[in-house]
Design a protein around this ligand. Sequence first.
Ligand SMILES: *Cc1c(COP(=O)(O)O)cnc(C)c1O
Length: 357
Amino acid sequence: MTGPRLEIDLEKIHHNARTLIERLAERGISVTGVTKATLGSPEIANTLLRAGVSALGDSRIENIEAMRRAEVRASMTLIRSPMVSQAARVVMHADVSFNTELDVISKLSSAAQKARRTHGIVLMVELGDLREGIMPGDLENTVRETLRFPNIVLKGIGTNLACRSGASPDVKNMTELSALADSIDATFGPMLSIVSGGNSGNLPWALGGVDTGRINDLRLGESLLLGRETLHRQPIDGLYTDAITLIAEVIESKAKPSQPWGEIAQTAFGENPPATDRGLISQTILAVGRQDTDPCGLQAPAGIEILGASSDHLIVDTGRDRPCVGAEITFQLNYSALVRAMTSPFLAKVVKAHVPV
Ligand SMILES: *Cc1c(COP(=O)(O)O)cnc(C)c1O
C-alpha cells in the first residue's frame, strides 16, 4: 500500500455502534447513524445498519445519492435543511428531511407531488445553540402550516445542540423538547413519532441516568466513528478511539535546529514561526498536509510531536528516534481531521476488516 491513507476498521466501528445502540435502547432511544463524515461510504453505512441503527442521516444529498447507488437499504434522512434548488433530488432520494422554513417545505411538497411520492418532515427547534431551528414560540404555527401541504408527512420534531455554540444538551433543554412534543400532540392529535434529541453531544445526558422523556432518537456520527462524546471529547467507556487511523510516509528525516534563521516573516499560511528553541531535534517530514487533512486534528503516537504543516508536508519531532525515509507513522484523528481526510482525493481509504454477517 502506498501513499497516505485512512485505514478504516469496520469491526471496531461495528463494536462502537452496537455498544451505543444497546446502551441507548435501555433508555428507549434509537440511533440514526450519521454518515456525513464518511462521504457516504457504503461499507461504513452497511456496518452501521448491521449494528442496528434504525436509519441513516447525512447532511449532503450527494452522499445519500451515493448510498442509494450502492444499494444501501435504509430509511435515509437529510439532516441539513434542504436547498430549494435541490428539492427534487431531496424528495427523490431522502425519505425524510430536517426543516425549518415553510418556503422550503412548500417546494418539497410541489416536488413530491410531481414525483408522486410522499416526503417526511422533521421540524427542527432552536433551543440555544443558534444554528438551525424554529424558535419554540413559532413551532405550533409552523406545524399547522406544514400539515396543510400535500404529499408531506410530519414525522417529528428535533433539535441540534453542542454544535455551533457548544450549548450543552441538559435536563432543561431536553425537557423543553419533550414538552413541545407533548403540546403539539395535544393540539393536533398524536402524530409525532420521532423526537430527535440531538447528536453525540447528547450522550452524557442520555446515559447519565436522568429521565429521557419523549426523546426517542439520537443522531450519532462522531461517537460511532471515533469513540468519543463531543462535549469534552472524552473517550467513551468500552469504545475504540482508533477505528479510523491516518497513515503517512516519511520523506525526509534529519537532525535540524528547532529554530529557523534569516529574516523571519509570515509562513505560507500566514502564521507565526515556532517560538521555543529546543536546540537540535530529529525533524521528520511526512508526505501529508493541509490538502489531505486538518493537521491540528491529528494525534501522533507517544514520543512524536507535530510541529507544523504546509499544504503537502507534516513536520514532526520524533524525539530520540530518527525514522528512515519510507517508514510509516500512524495518527489518530479528531472529527475535523477525519472529515477533511475522508473528502480529500489524495488519501486512499482502505477498509481493513469485514464484520461477519
Ligand atoms: C452532524 C450532525 C449530527 C451528528 O453529529 P455527531 O457529533 O457527529 O454525532 C447530528 N445532527 C445533525 C443535524 C448534524 O448536522
